[in-house]
Design a protein around this ligand. Structure first.
Ligand code: HEC
Length: 417
């Protein structure tokens, strides 16, 4: 054994030299105590025990979880291993998962963090039953803001990562959320799909592995004076009774935003999927009347959906794909922020298509046997959304044009059903 170790080539793949930096960069945010990953990968002992599984999960691209495939554009916080990193994990597993000398350990730089300007925390902890179905619950926290503030970054801090699957954060000025909270038994109120009111603003979503999210440069979300903050949390039972008290930490913009972030929502309410149909498609499109720049894109659908695609057709007829997800999973809701914002000149057509598989072959189909599925916010219903968050290149000249044609589009969508 000793001989064998001594005769190893000096280039042998080891944990300390080769593997630890990869795991630290791509895996440990979810694979550590109290996180969503099923086992920790933050020490030699735990990682080496799972070496073969790691190599396989990496080679099949099952891990790290990242839904977009063959993207036409690159996104921030892309969770993806390079081919060389996969090869390193494979060679480490194949050569016996060696520790390597600690002297060769390269330091991993830690990103500096600064204190948030405000924290909003659920007032009491909520009991999540160990068994049964997933739950969707909304919690209301008075913001206490005595003036409107602009938020340009936030971090959702789940109180209990074993059960918090994802969260969306909204602002309510109507008082409706408070009312539903008061009427429902226990902390918060049940909500799925939508929070049950029309939000004045939203910070967007959080899913495991996302740290602090920053708004596209020069933009911010306006949190109105006196608004209530509403967390819509998706809980996944862990097998035993758990408690959660989640929090959101926000960062205020130093000055009023220079640009507005507009939502061009491609959606459809014309969804009526016969039981058993495996290739039901919903499409929508919008032609931008003015020059805009795409900053981020957010798809939305429920459990029967299998694929989500977004693309543009430039005025010259050239097609460019923006987001392609072929293994849609409701559990991995993400905001996809473009690394290089995409210029969309007036006359560019934004298109989307969502594909639904309402057959028994879809492993995520909640109905056994399959049943007819129609549009609606409930977990047994379906939705189709592709939110294109854009800035207007010349706001002073063009903002009004864009907002009025978006109103026109919205009215057409409402009339669909
Ligand atoms: C964003 C969070 C996240 C990141 C990042 C992540 N994982 Fe995971 N991992 C999970 C979750 C959640 C599961 C359980 C998945 C499931 O059962 O569907 C899992 C499961 C696994 C499994 C078990 C697969 C099996 O056989 O069932 C392995 C191995 C694994 N991850 C390795 C890795 C490696 C290696 C990395 C980094 C290259 C990584 N993970 C990054 C969340 C993550």
């Amino acid at each position: 054994m000793l001989l064998l170790a001594q005769s190893l080539p000096s280039s042998a793949t080891t944990y300390n030299l080769d593997v630890k930096p990869i795991l630290t960069r791509h895996c440990v945010q979810c694979h550590r105590a109290g996180e969503v990953g099923p086992f920790p990968l933050d020490s030699f002992e735990s990682a080496s025990k799972h070496a073969r599984q790691i190599a396989l999960a990496a080679a099949t691209r099952f891990m790290p979880p990242w839904k977009p495939v063959a993207p036409g554009v690159s996104f921030h916080r892309e969770r993806k291993l390079a081919a060389l990193e996969i090869a390193t994990l494979q060679s480490w597993a194949a050569s016996g998962a060696l520790r390597g000398s600690v002297a060769s350990l390269r330091a991993t730089p830690v990103a500096p963090s600064n204190e948030p300007d405000q924290r909003w925390r659920a007032s009491t902890s909520y009991e999540v039953a160990g068994e049964g179905q997933d739950q969707y619950r909304c919690f209301v926290v008075p913001s206490g803001l005595d003036e409107a503030r602009y938020i340009d970054g936030f971090e959702f801090l789940p109180g209990n990562r074993r059960v918090v699957h994802h969260a969306l954060i909204f602002f309510d000025l109507s008082g409706a959320a408070r009312k539903m909270d008061a009427e429902a038994e226990g902390p918060g109120y049940p909500c799925f799909g939508t929070p049950g009111f029309l939000p004045v603003a939203s910070l967007g979503g959080w899913s495991p592995g996302n740290g602090r999210l920053t708004m596209p440069s020069g933009t911010a979300i306006r949190a109105p004076k006196g608004a209530d903050v509403v967390f819509q949390i998706h809980y996944h039972p862990s097998g035993k009774t758990e408690w959660d008290q989640s929090e959101v930490a926000v960062y205020f913009a130093k000055q009023a935003p220079k640009r507005k972030l507009l939502d061009i929502a491609l959606t459809s309410k014309a969804i009526d999927i016969p039981a058993g149909q495996a290739d039901y498609k919903v499409r929508d499109w919008f032609e931008v009347p003015v020059d805009v720049t795409l900053q981020q894109i957010i798809p939305h659908a429920h459990f029967v959906a299998r694929a989500a695609r977004a693309w543009v057709i430039f005025p010259g007829g050239l097609k460019k794909s923006v987001l392609t997800i072929t293994d849609w999973d409701f559990n991995w809701q993400d905001i996809y922020q473009l690394k290089a914002p995409l210029a969309l000149k007036a006359g560019t057509r934004l298109e989307m298509e969502i594909l639904y598989d309402n057959s028994a072959k879809n492993p995520r189909n909640p109905n056994r046997p399959p049943q007819r599925v129609v549009w609606g916010p409930g977990s047994a219903d379906e939705m189709a959304g592709m939110h294109w968050n854009v800035t207007v290149d010349n706001e002073a000249r063009d903002l009004e044009d864009l907002t009025s044609s978006l109103w026109g589009k919205m009215i057409r969508t409402i009339r669909q059903r």
